[in-house]
Design a protein around this ligand. Structure first.
Ligand SMILES: Nc1ncnc2c1ncn2[C@@H]1O[C@H](COP(=O)(O)OP(=O)(O)OP(=O)(O)O)[C@@H](O)[C@H]1O
Ligand SMILES: Nc1ncnc2c1ncn2[C@@H]1O[C@H](COP(=O)(O)OP(=O)(O)OP(=O)(O)O)[C@@H](O)[C@H]1O
Ligand SMILES: [Mg+2]
Ligand SMILES: [Mg+2]
Lengths: 256, 256
């Protein structure tokens, strides 16, 4: 039974791509066949496994427009057990192209039906918006992970993101749950980070991963080398945190 | 002659809102009548002057749908000479609502014609995307400022943002120039920041503001207090940088 997880937050720059890439790579390191899907026209997840978006012949966009083509766009990555469904700027056209399709929210979900059985896990990186690309990712998923920077705007936007997810669930009749909130880019030296983190844990208690991702420059260096940080510098505090997140995620699966 | 500037970058979390709010407040401190427009459904610029988005009766969305109503949505802020055209989540509907209007890209530009003469400067905060809200902001502006975080994804996305602006300029026949690239959230302790900053200055030389905005926790604390950092803690390194940016911006205007 394939598990599909979307990494979502309307707020920009909170660590969505970094979480998607390192969680997918972490699960692949546990030798489970994993697919990383890049649903962001910025194509940052695509870049972080060493691909150049402008050189791609097929992307996830082709699969959205004609579902039979989705499988052809999947590529292996240099990381064992990790494949990617990459993106490029073509995705910018999806919003306008799909607007007249009443079922546009379910395009990715139906296109993945034939593809997903090959994978134990599918991780979907989303753009910083609640538009049609993010809606497609949420509707194709079993649950979502919301990375949260420990700062004011991020906290304010959280209830909006949670409201939007509840609306999708009700209007489309899907069982999408929140897998967890992930405190990320945490700078434990600042009062601000600790105050926001305490507020998040107080409001959302059980839904917050116990693993916290620290701000760590090795994480920001890794994309320039075309590798997830857990392969770029496995000993760094950032990598150790993502490996323990992967373990926490895989262990909680066993308990369901 | 009103000067209208859009703060644009598809990449999320690079300091667009922080730049828009503090540049607008800085110009207002120089006693020039300034309007801050929030074109982001996240409504972070609206929050940073102490307004609560869910309590607003009129927003910029009403003005996009019926241009005569734009002026009614403008509010004074507690900061002298600074007014705001606020936003809330209603803006999420704009993309779908305007899709059948061939001239949808020029809605804000034409709605501002009657309003702009009251202001010497208009600063527009944009969402992290190149969708219809950002296109409206760019088409309503004389020039754009691109905040840039000194990290890999941000650098990679820059040429995409610049390409998109060139396309809007050519297809719509508008004279929109790049006012400047602003190096922001710069952590001078890391090699990564200095390397990316050097690369940006090498490629774009004259277009890069000499003012660099340092990473400074007081900047991230200010929104929680409903104030721009230049009013929350004027002595902080962040505030000093935004005040010198305002000076650099206003002085370069004189030279045209
Ligand atoms: N734990 C961390 N420590 C240091 N830097 C980080 C960390 N996590 C992410 N970064 C860096 O911060 C920036 C923002 O992260 P990322 O791009 O993953 O966020 P995002 O939410 O995907 O952004 P967008 O909203 O644009 O999609 C990137 O430059 C990334 O390399
Ligand atoms: N110079 C700085 N030093 C420290 N923190 C900063 C600085 N500039 C911005 N921040 C903080 O970093 C986060 C991102 O900044 P901001 O929200 O302004 O970016 P943005 O580009 O507007 O994001 P979005 O893409 O979501 O609209 C915010 O929490 C903000 O308070
Ligand atoms: Mg991303
Ligand atoms: Mg913003």
């Amino acid at each position: 039974m394939t598990r599909t997880i979307a990494i979502v937050n309307q707020k920009g720059g909170v660590g969505k791509t970094t979480t998607a890439v390192n969680l997918a790579a972490g699960i692949a390191l546990a030798e489970k066949p994993t697919l990383l899907i890049d649903m962001d026209p910025q194509a940052n997840a695509t870049m972080s496994v060493g691909l150049r978006p402008e050189e791609l012949e097929r992307t996830v966009y082709d699969g959205l427009i004609s579902p039979r083509d989705l499988a052809k766009a999947v590529q292996k990555t240099p990381i064992g057990h990790l494949s990617i469904l990459p993106a490029n700027a073509d995705l910018l056209a999806a919003e306008v192209k799909l607007v007249s399709d009443k079922k546009r929210a379910l395009r990715l979900r139906s296109a993945l039906e034939a593809l997903s059985p090959q994978f134990s896990h599918i991780i979907i990186d989303c753009p910083p918006s609640l538009g049609i690309l993010t809606v497609n990712a949420i509707c194709a998923s079993d649950s979502i992970i919301i990375p949260l920077q420990c700062e004011y705007y991020s906290l304010e936007g959280l209830s909006r993101t949670l409201d939007a997810i509840r609306v999708f669930r009700e209007t489309l009749g899907l069982h999408i749950k929140v897998e967890g909130l992930l405190l990320s880019m945490m700078d434990s030296r600042t009062k601000l980070s600790s105050e926001v983190a305490a507020e998040v844990r107080a409001h959302f208690a059980a839904k917050v991963f116990s693993t916290v991702i620290p701000r760590n420059v090795r994480v920001a260096e890794a994309p320039g080398h075309g590798k997830p940080v857990i392969l770029y510098d496995v000993g760094s505090r950032g990598s150790q945190a993502f490996l323990s997140l992967t373990e926490e995620f895989l262990t909680s699966e066993g308990k369901e």
